[in-house]
Design a protein around this ligand. Structure first.
Ligand SMILES: Nc1ncnc2c1ncn2[C@@H]1O[C@H](COP(=O)(O)OP(=O)(O)O)[C@@H](O)[C@H]1O
Ligand SMILES: [Mg+2]
Length: 317
């Protein structure tokens, strides 16, 4: 895939997004109670929380589309309340649902957005072509957007967010409706943007969607930030692993002899146990092989994000 258009940009996100004590109510509904959030440049930050936890409301505040009742926010160094145009100039916003001008074609949508951002007229055509290629919509460039599937609309929404080469990217549930291939491509695009220096925030209520997409996760619940985790596998700390051997009995005996606390074998003979990290996994595998246990696989159970989420709910019990 050709990401030249991303790499060639000078993405200066400044301090990215910094939000402190953000609150926003709608009548008696407290959508965002008190949220703190950092979205550093060069990294992909996930905003994770169940439906109704206030993710979209917070994103709308960051994107200058809602005023907060309290708290402070800076986006690429600018305050959305006092300097909304500067924030919009530096920020790409992808809403959860792609509201669009249904009769316009994909190309026309992107050209209209490019003109609204006052991109130099001479460069618009080429820029739009690049973006359509990037999100694999070149074949549908001249079709009205109303014929697009949900996943295709999501991809057009991503292209629309990227038109003006923003340094801060706010994506609300971008993976929802995407097929597996499009999701992998989304991950590639988002990763390249972060590598080029962009500050990327991606929300989702589906943990599995974010696992390989994000470097760090901010967990929210009931309108409040509840935890921030690094998702780097190596630094993820203790987590549950699954080990499976051809001979479940031999595996159990060996684990017991090694003094390893483990669960009961599942139907496939796989056993779960807590390991402290990659080094621990490597030394366990080496010991089992040394003991002639016919090990078939040793892998982390579930994703890093899922484990972080589970350990979080465990802590809160
Ligand atoms: N415009 C609105 N008017 C009234 N209530 C709203 C409005 N927008 C959001 N809410 C409420 O605020 C809460 C948080 O919503 P939202 O930010 O959309 O959560 P999430 O994106 O995490 O699902 C929900 O209870 C929702 O019903
Ligand atoms: Mg939402």
């Amino acid at each position: 895939m050709d990401y030249a258009l991303i790499e060639s940009n000078d993405l200066d996100a400044g301090t990215g997004v910094v939000a402190r004590g953000v609150r926003r109510t709608f009548g008696d509904v407290v959508a965002v109670d008190s949220m703190d959030l950092d979205v550093p440049p060069g990294r992909v930050t996930a905003l994770v929380g169940p439906n109704g936890s206030g993710k979209t409301t917070l994103l709308l505040v960051l994107a200058t589309l809602l005023a907060p009742d309290a708290g402070t926010v800076t986006v690429a160094g600018a305050d959305p309340r006092t300097d909304p145009w500067e924030v919009r100039r530096r920020t790409g916003w992808m809403p959860d649902a792609f509201g669009t001008w249904e009769t316009l074609t994909c190309r026309e949508v992107l050209e209209t957005v490019a003109a609204a951002y006052r991109l130099p007229r001479a460069g618009i055509r080429a820029r739009v072509d690049e973006l359509l290629e990037l999100v694999h919509l070149a074949d549908l460039a001249d079709r009205p957007t109303q014929v697009l599937s949900r996943g295709q609309k999501q991809r057009l929404g991503l292209a629309r967010a990227l038109v003006h080469s923003p340094a801060v990217l706010l994506l609300d549930e971008p993976a929802s409706g995407l097929d597996p291939r499009s999701r992998i491509e989304l991950r590639g695009i988002v990763r390249d943007l972060a590598t080029a220096g962009a500050a990327v925030l991606v929300s989702s209520h589906v943990l599995a969607e974010l696992d390989t997409l994000a470097d760090r996760a901010v967990f929210v619940s009931g309108g409040c930030t509840v935890s921030v985790r690094d998702l780097d596998v190596a630094s993820a700390g203790p987590r549950t692993w699954t080990v499976r051997a051809l001979d479940a009995g031999a595996l159990e005996r060996a684990l017991d002899a090694l003094g390893r606390v483990h669960g009961d074998p599942g139907v496939d003979g796989a056993v779960e146990l807590e390991l402290t990290g990659d080094d621990d996994a490597a030394s366990l595998l080496s010991a089992l092989v040394h003991d002639d246990v016919p090990v078939v696989s040793l892998r982390p159970s579930g994703g890093v994000l899922e484990q972080a989420y589970l350990s979080l709910t465990k802590e809160r019990q």
